[in-house]
Design a binder for this molecule. Structure first.
Ligand code: ADP
Ligand code: MG
Length: 267
């Protein structure tokens, strides 16, 4: 059984995997049992938890149609269970299908029956479509968070993702602001969150330490346990665990989005 099943969405490159890995490390330090399911063909969510890339489910079942659980789920930092769906090579087939196949395989091997306190799905997607909407469906995740900065494209993607969440009647727990240090960043993201009927649940500062740790294939939580960055992820983890306020978002149309963004970025 799993107490909290959380899907994390956001624009490509915005910091989903970094956030998921560091959050997982921070929560595991609090004694929670965590599982991380990477649902991005990039397959790099769990790299900083395991210390290197793990084989993906899609690649593994290409060679062995009947893998064992140990062939697709690996124990990383603090015993965090790590798995990556993987996907087809670029240009070959639909990337989202990889998620569907991977989920079926995990189910077949009872991976979802492990005793886990928090399970994260780290999902690629500027929009929620096809296979990438699977984690959002009720059988997998109960709640969704969107990672965004205050940049135009990132919030534009957040608005699109909200459309998918609304359509699938998903429960949005809030926006995690991963800062890029653009003008008025906190104001813009807070105002956007309010506009679509949600809130900012945490703010992660932009930090070189995070990338320094990433080069070592470690989370900042593991490499720099006493840093401010580690405290930030610990606090964010606490907010997610304690949050019980979810909404079906009310995305805005493109025109309203343009006006909103212009108004706030001028201030
Ligand atoms: P995504 O999973 O959304 O595609 P990643 O988590 O891989 O994005 O992040 C993309 C890059 O941005 C990585 O190199 C990562 O180290 C960096 N990054 C993410 N968050 C931060 C941050 N708060 N400060 C500095 N660098 C960050
Ligand atoms: Mg990623």
């Amino acid at each position: 059984m799993c107490e909290k099943r959380i899907a994390i969405y956001g624009k490509g490159g915005i910091g989903k995997s970094t956030t998921v890995a560091n959050l997982s490390a921070a929560l595991s330090n609090e004694g929670l049992k965590v599982m991380v399911i990477g649902c991005d063909p990039k397959a790099d969510t769990t790299r900083t938890l395991y210390g290197m890339r793990i084989p993906t489910i899609i690649n593994t079942i290409k060679e062995n149609r009947n893998p064992e659980l140990e062939d697709i789920v690996f124990k990383g930092y603090n015993g965090i269970l790590c798995t990556e769906s993987g996907g087809p090579e670029p240009g070959v087939g639909c990337a989202g299908r990889g998620v569907i196949v991977a989920m079926k395989q995990l189910q077949k091997l009872n991976a979802f029956n492990e005793d886990i306190d928090v399970r994260f799905y780290d999902v690629l997607g500027d929009v929620v479509c096809g296979g990438f909407s699977v984690p959002l469906r009720k059988d997998y995740a109960d709640e969704v968070y969107i990672v965004s900065s205050g940049e135009y494209m990132s919030l534009y993607a957040a608005n699109n993702i909200s459309r998918g969440i609304k359509k699938l009647k998903g429960q949005l727990g809030g926006i995690i602001l991963n800062k890029r240090n653009v003008n008025n960043e906190e104001e813009i993201v807070n105002a956007f969150a309010e506009k679509i009927g949600t809130k900012v649940v945490g703010v992660v500062e932009r930090s070189d330490l995070i990338q320094d740790a990433e080069l070592d294939a470690k989370t900042v939580v593991e490499k720099y346990p006493d840093s401010d960055e580690t405290s930030i992820y610990k606090k964010l983890g606490k907010s997610l665990i304690e949050n019980s306020d979810y909404t079906i978002p009310e995305p805005i149309d493109d025109e309203e989005f343009e006006e909103f963004f212009k108004l706030y970025s001028k201030n």
